[in-house]
Design a protein around this ligand. Structure first.
Ligand SMILES: Nc1ncnc2c1ncn2[C@@H]1O[C@H](COP(=O)(O)OP(=O)(O)OC[C@H]2O[C@@H]([n+]3cccc(C(=O)O)c3)[C@H](O)[C@@H]2O)[C@@H](O)[C@H]1O
Ligand SMILES: Nc1ncnc2c1ncn2[C@@H]1O[C@H](COP(=O)(O)OP(=O)(O)OP(=O)(O)O)[C@@H](O)[C@H]1O
Ligand SMILES: NC(=O)CC[C@H](N)C(=O)O
Length: 560
């Protein structure tokens, strides 16, 4: 220490933890445990993620006065506990003040709250809706003097937006920026975050520590991967992605400012692994946080239900998945074998429940009404609905949640039966196009991701990957009877959904205009189905959920 007791070393613990939205007592207990661990490792300060005490995003819970009171009490309790001489705390909480209800952080040390700071830049795009429930901080935040070190605390979007929060903090004397985040995963997001942080390091000349939440919350997956960028614009430390951790980083005051002298350097997973682990974590947390002991999946012998089964076993363990094959007249021997092979490879419970009787029963009940009419989609959908009803019966009887299996290609064009195979509580592959389902399946057959509870080896039989996809709702049916080949379909969809491209621009990529028009039309008319669909894990920049809000009643077609 220097003569005036300003420290030359600061040990900052980063709590990359998985809170549960609304479980204030549970989140407080987690914070206490993390602080105790940080204390054991000699930390001076522990940094929690955005709105940690509430869980992020709390959405309209913020409108409940009782929720706000409970959050504030919890942080007051924690602040009181910092009188034990252990680490100080930076923790996120909503706070109702005269200037409004704010997305805030509380800084506590020596048994009391020493500062409050409010988020200025409220994100209101994509999955974010913060302007709906919060008011922005009334003024630019200044640095907080923590044991003689001037710390700037921009809150998440304060780093991304152009309100100049970081710049102002630097101008008003901040020596280091510690940023609590609630930043959800999408493919490639890590690079985007690093660019955002590097930009602010360049603007301010200060090192930035970026602490991100972990865990699944409905459609969102918070992937952690907290990191710091030094004032020299190099990666100072990197925490693991998709894993909870409390790490203590050591910062030293040098001539050029604060420098991270010690911190972890975790490896960040590549494309398929990252997507697979996001789907796994999203499913695991949805099931566990909502109190389901088990899940049930209709296992058809096709690729979608196979990868969902693999994800379920990896997320929950083989004893928590019940796979049910429900054959009908058009189910091939191959499908029966593929489903059984898949269940055997995964080690889960497997049952066969034929649907002849329910389908024939419905058909019989409708014979008179449908007399003289030809068979078609109605009869195909009866098969899907019989299966959906059986899965829901198993769900009701055993308390197991139905995992629904529609991929993004199908959800885009409405290639799924409402109240049939769309039945279910959660869909781990909802934001994966069909070609991505194949890529992840191949990847899983040669890798076991960290934290997965499933076995190694070929858990998705190669034959399932090689054969032509089919709904098997009529003889010799394949998906390509009514849809363009998946590589083409997926490219057109990505252009329309993720990139909001014009039909002309999509045609310029080499696609047939009539096909693009047809896919655009199918995409628009399936909106009503998606509004009734189960939530699923967000993997892309634009998922079918809060990211994309199209009207159901919509006559617009791009015909320029
Ligand atoms: N705008 C709107 N708002 C509210 N409701 C609307 C609606 N438009 C239609 N509807 C209703 O929806 C009904 C049609 O929807 P629905 O009953 O689902 O049936 P529909 O979409 O006509 O048929 C299901 C399609 O999915 C395919 N499929 C089914 C099962 C599995 C797979 C697969 O491979 O994964 C594919 C199947 O081959 C067929 O092409 C209409 O009868 C009407 O009642
Ligand atoms: N014979 C079956 N037994 C059990 N479940 C089935 C059966 N057929 C369909 N399903 C369920 O309905 C979903 C829709 O599947 P369908 O076979 O119609 O086409 P898909 O979307 O290509 O799916 P998959 O690739 O899993 O076959 C399947 O993922 C599965 O969960
Ligand atoms: N919670 C936030 O403010 C997050 C916003 C930011 N753009 C992100 O995705 O990380």
């Amino acid at each position: 220490m220097t003569k005036n007791h300003v420290p030359d070393v600061l040990r900052i613990a980063v709590a990359q933890l998985n809170p549960v939205v609304g479980d204030i007592a549970g989140n407080l207990a987690k914070a206490r445990e993390a602080r105790a661990e940080a204390a054991r490792h000699g930390a001076d300060l522990i940094l929690f993620t955005e709105l940690f005490i509430a869980g992020y995003p709390p959405e309209d819970l913020i409108l409940k006065p009782a929720f706000l009171t409970a959050c504030e009490r919890a942080v007051e309790d924690l602040a009181g506990e910092t009188g034990d001489g252990g680490p100080g705390v930076i923790i996120g909480t909503p706070l109702k003040r005269e200037s409004g209800t704010h997305n805030s952080v509380v800084v506590a040390d020596g048994g009391k709250i020493i500062a409050e700071r409010y988020k200025l830049d409220l994100p209101n795009y994509g999955e974010f809706d913060e302007k709906r429930v919060f008011q922005p901080g009334p003024e630019m935040p200044g640095p907080v003097n923590f044991r003689g070190v001037r710390i700037g605390i921009p809150i998440c979007e304060d780093l991304w937006g152009d309100l100049g929060v970081c710049e102002t903090l630097a101008e008003s004397g901040a020596e280091i920026l510690l940023v609590p985040n609630g930043s959800p995963y999408y493919r490639g997001k890590i690079d985007v975050r690093q660019q955002v942080v590097i930009r602010q390091v360049i603007e301010t000349g200060l090192p930035i520590l970026y602490a991100n939440q972990l865990g699944g919350q409905d459609e969102l997956v918070f992937d952690g991967a907290s990191f710091a960028i030094s004032a020299r614009k190099t990666l100072a430390f990197q925490m693991s992605q998709f894993e909870e951790a409390v790490v203590v980083t050591t910062w030293k005051r040098e001539r050029e400012g604060w420098v991270c002298a010690d911190g972890p350097m975790s490896k960040i997973p590549e494309k398929e692994e990252a997507d697979y682990r996001a789907c796994m974590l999203g499913l695991r947390d949805y099931v566990n946080k909502n109190g389901f002991k088990n899940v049930v999946i209709g296992l058809s012998g096709g690729i979608d239900s196979a990868i969902c089964a693999a994800l379920a076993v990896d997320a929950l363990g083989e004893d928590r998945l019940h796979a049910v094959m429900m054959p009908y007249r058009y189910t091939t021997k191959d499908s029966l074998k593929d489903a059984e092979d898949c269940a055997r490879a995964l080690g889960c419970r497997y049952d066969i429940v034929p649907i002849f009787e329910p389908v024939e029963g419905f058909s019989h009940a409708l014979t008179q009404l449908f007399e003289g009419m030809s068979e078609g989609i109605t009869e195909e959908n009866l098969q899907s609905r019989a299966r959906g009803t059986i899965l829901m019966a198993i769900s009701n009887k055993f308390g197991s949640m139905v995992v629904t299996t529609g991929n993004k290609s199908e959800m885009s064009v409405g290639y799924a039966t409402l109240y049939g195979d769309m039945n279910g509580g959660f869909n781990p592959i909802k934001d994966l196009y069909k070609m991505q389902v194949y890529a992840l399946s191949r990847w899983r057959n040669t890798h076991v991701p960290p934290g997965a509870l499933g076995p190694s080896g070929e858990v998705i039989p190669q034959h399932v990957i090689d054969k032509a996809p089919s709904a098997e709702l009529r003889p010799d049916q394949t998906d390509q009877d009514s849809l363009p080949p998946y590589p083409m379909l997926d490219d057109i969809l990505e252009c329309l959904v993720e990139n909001e491209m014009s039909v002309d621009d999509i045609v310029a990529r080499g696609h047939d205009r009539e096909t693009v028009h047809r896919i655009e039309h199918l995409l628009y008319i399936a909106e009503y189905k998606r509004r009734q669909a189960a939530p699923g894990v967000k993997i892309t920049k634009k998922n079918f959920g809060r990211d994309r809000r199209y009207p159901i009643t919509n006559r617009f077609r791009d015909r320029t």
